[in-house]
Design a protein around this ligand. Sequence first.
Ligand code: UDX
Length: 450
Amino acid sequence: MAVVAKYCPEIEVTVVDINRERIDAWNSEELTNLPIYEPGLKELIEKIRNKNLFFSVDVEEAIRSADMVFISVNTPTKTSGLGAGYASDLKWVEASARKVAEFSVGHTIVVEKSTVPVRTAELISNVLLSQEEKNKINKEKRTFSVLSSPEFLAEGTAIKDLENPDRVLVGGEDKMAISCLTEIYKKWIPEEKILLTNLWSSELSKLTANAFLAQRISSINSISALCEATGAQINEVSLAIGSDKRIGRNFLKAGPGFGGSCFQKDILNLVYLCRFYGLSKVADYWENVINLNNWQRKRIADLIVEKFFGTVTDKKIVILGFAFKANTNDFRESSAYYISKELLENGAKLVIHDPKVSYKEINLALGDFTYNCDNKKRFSCMDNLSKAFDNADAIVILTEWDNYKKLDWEKISSLMRHPAWVFDTRSILNESDIKKFGIKLWSVGDGLNY
Ligand code: UDX
């Protein structure tokens, strides 16, 4: 919405949320504690906030004055009831549609922005249509159009992706509504990148795009294990296959498994939809993308333990990076979280560092593991890296933050307890920089030690 406001100064954009704490943070003077860290976001907010971009908790008033409403609420995987563990929970989408039905004035275009299962627009339309029926009886003139325009930005590059997207989708039937939305996008996006589709194609494209991207990561991660077993090197294999234009270079980096709020959730949802439509083989096919991802995480945690001859009890392990990738403060479904949990379950003592994830949240996430049976703390978060490495037995790099690429390994080696190990799950380090200081190095997909 900040990017829409930037390119459409004549449009007033109001972001509403029922969570006052979040809205207060978006409105805070200092701008240092915005709820989301994204390169370039702070600077953008600083320029346009309270000019044509507003943050408010007054949902009703914002709907009343709006010509267009973007539903951008979360759609997490259901944890109970029908479809638990797979289906997306649409309660927030429905609640938003009901609010729009209740408070809108005149004609309102409702744009589905959240990632939703195919045919969700039907749910929104049903809610809005029943309001239209009521309006007719009350002789009120309130009408609605529903469009789907899913968001394809990736975290960490959100502003860049929004300013220069590969494509935007506008799905729907109402020509007037479609033209209103495309006019907005056309302010900064070339027309040929604006794809018009029907509602269902637009909804399904988002789930499918994420499933295909995640599938590439699971594919390359499966080959990383084969490289380690055979002497091949995953970065060489990635380059070799990525040079084939039909495969392409992007999204072929082996790592500790994909994380984030989208891939797992969306694939689970796709699996649920396939099962719902009786396509069990298709469901199994996509579910294996997730199975492989979980396997990669577990395999890495296990091999760390194995390198210490089967026990890491009371070993000090430094975790570098908790976010699910660099340049974000988001650690939802992050592999760092899962691998840390496995190591804690094995009795390791962790020191966790991340430049952007709040330590309060890490403490909450790993709360169950805070103390061992002797009431001693089992993990701590630390800003001061030089203190973190003191007497450490191992360092595990789980997020590819730039500052982890420039560490002083000579000094670190002198601080660690030997035999010392570095596990580079993102393959960001140079072997020659590390091994000369007597540290053992394991790097994902690196078969050189075969
Ligand atoms: C993803 C999609 O890219 C985006 O289009 C969609 O709108 C939302 O979901 P996001 O989850 O923000 O975006 O991040 P992305 O860059 O796709 O990375 C997801 C995970 O895959 C991260 O954990 C990342 O580290 C991992 N990854 C990515 C790899 O392990 N290797 C790669 O080559 C690329």
